[in-house]
Design a binder for this molecule. Structure first.
Ligand SMILES: Cc1ncc(COP(=O)(O)O)c(C=O)c1O
Length: 434
């Protein structure tokens, strides 16, 4: 048998925020027979940023700083490493896709403490290997591409996995833009009745990436009514839910979708599935651990899909996750660090940029003077060796404009000193521009 010719090296793909590699073509020019839907995927924001900054030499007088990638950098709590070390003997058996009863109980216990809800650990929660894979997989479970005009609705700007999941499931994507005049609440009225009628899945993100906006109860009520009328599933991405800025206490934490449903008398969570993650809450993006919770009938089908997909969580990760969901002290401490950083950095930047403290999350979503987010990011890299993400790369043009244009996303994930240094560079850069 002749060996296959070597594939050209694919674009590098590292980190949660990195994107899909380009399709391999062999040196002979022969292409691999693949699912044609793969060709509909868009390059990921960081791939586009690499292209846009390829010819730039960052000023070597400054140490490089990146506020680009939304990857937590605070230390993970020691209890996670201890649980991992203690679980090494558990590798001799295949884990169940549904996770162990102990893990599901630990997750249900956390939901009870966080949201005051009593979910059935056997039917209403499932562990997932980080929210990203689950956000992708839910579209493959829910979308029926044999129905004409299958549509998935997404906020805009958005986490690019939603769009890729919809396209690979054979759906069209309809976008609703965030409205800066209403604290970046999504303007769902941009989706017309005919589109809602074709919608099979709606992604929402609260707290939002990049704006940090938290959806209030009234918005949930409107979306639940639309879901009831048109029969679509709501996938609620809540991976930033534990990073918020109000002082600790009653009412400080962002409203969750399950909590909203229960308050509105929808205790069966029909057509609703919430996605939560340890990555940001416990600073373990490399652990790959989260959970989904909600509609038991939907989760049953999701479990079926996941069993075939091979999405069981490693027993080691399960042990670490039980420890993490069971401890809140490290989460309170983590939040305090973000609160302090945001309190120091935001006013500094507000001197030169249109920016305000968000409801939650770890991003600042700032408007740049002159409105050219790409040129601003390129200039900042060239003059100050500081990487930021141009907002237009996080959104698509929809309803006549790109709602990310003119903004930059700043991930305040590094330590306080580095974030402050970055803020000073942004102030100097902005002041130096004509
Ligand atoms: C909005 C949003 N959702 C989901 C994820 C995925 O997080 P994870 O897979 O680590 O849970 C991210 C990660 O950056 C994100 O920004």
């Amino acid at each position: 048998m002749r060996p296959l010719p070597a594939a050209r090296p694919a674009a590098s793909c590292t980190g949660q925020d990195d994107g899909p590699t380009r399709l391999a073509t062999y040196d002979s020019g022969m292409t691999v027979p693949v699912n044609p839907r793969l060709a509909r995927l868009h390059p990921y924001p960081f791939e586009r940023l690499r292209e846009l900054t390829a010819g730039i030499t960052p000023n070597p007088d400054f140490a490089p700083i990146s506020l680009g990638i939304g990857e937590p950098r605070h230390a993970a709590p020691a209890l996670i490493a201890e649980a991992i070390n203690g679980a090494m003997k558990s590798l001799s058996a295949y884990p169940a896709t549904a996770g162990t009863p102990q893990l599901r109980e630990a997750i249900a216990g956390w939901i009870a403490r966080r949201y005051g809800l009593a979910l059935d650990p056997a039917t209403q929660v499932l562990p997932v290997n980080g929210s990203r894979e689950a956000l992708f997989a839910i579209a493959q479970t829910v979308v029926d591409s044999t129905r004409p005009g299958a549509t998935v609705v997404c906020p805009n700007p958005f986490y690019q996995i939603y769009e890729g999941a919809a396209l690979l499931a054979g759906a069209e994507v309809a976008f609703a833009n965030a409205d800066p005049a209403r604290n970046f609440a999504v303007d769902w009225s941009q989706i017309d009745a005919a589109t809602w009628a074709r919608t099979q899945l709606l992604y929402v993100c609260s707290p939002g990436n990049p704006s940090g906006a938290v959806m209030p109860l009234a918005e949930w009520q409107a979306l639940f009514e639309l879901s009831d009328r048109h029969g679509f599933v709501i996938a609620s991405d809540e991976c930033y839910s534990e990073i918020y800025f109000r002082a600790e206490g009653e009412g400080a934490a962002p409203l969750g979708s399950l909590e909203a449903a229960a308050r509105l008398g929808r205790g069966d969570f029909r057509n609703l599935i919430a996605f939560t993650s340890l990555s940001k809450r416990s600073n373990v993006p490399g652990l790959r651990s989260g959970f989904v919770a909600g509609d038991a009938a939907l989760l049953k089908k999701f479990l079926l899909y996941r069993t075939y997909h091979g999405s069981a969580m490693s027993p080691i990760v399960q042990a670490a996750s039980i420890a993490a969901w069971g401890d809140e002290a490290h989460v309170v401490e983590n939040r305090a660090r973000y609160r302090q950083k945001f309190a120091e950095v935001t006013p500094l930047l507000a001197e030169v940029l249109d920016v305000a403290l968000p409801d939650a999350g770890f991003y600042l979503w700032a408007a740049v003077p002159g409105g050219n987010d790409v040129a601003f990011a390129q200039g900042l890299l060239a003059q100050y060796n500081l990487a930021v993400l141009p907002g237009s790369l996080l959104a698509r043009e929809a309803h006549g404009y790109n709602p990310g244009a003119g903004r930059i996303r700043l991930a305040l994930v590094a330590d306080e000193a580095e974030c402050l240094e970055a803020a000073h560079r942004i102030v100097s850069f902005t002041k130096s521009r004509p």
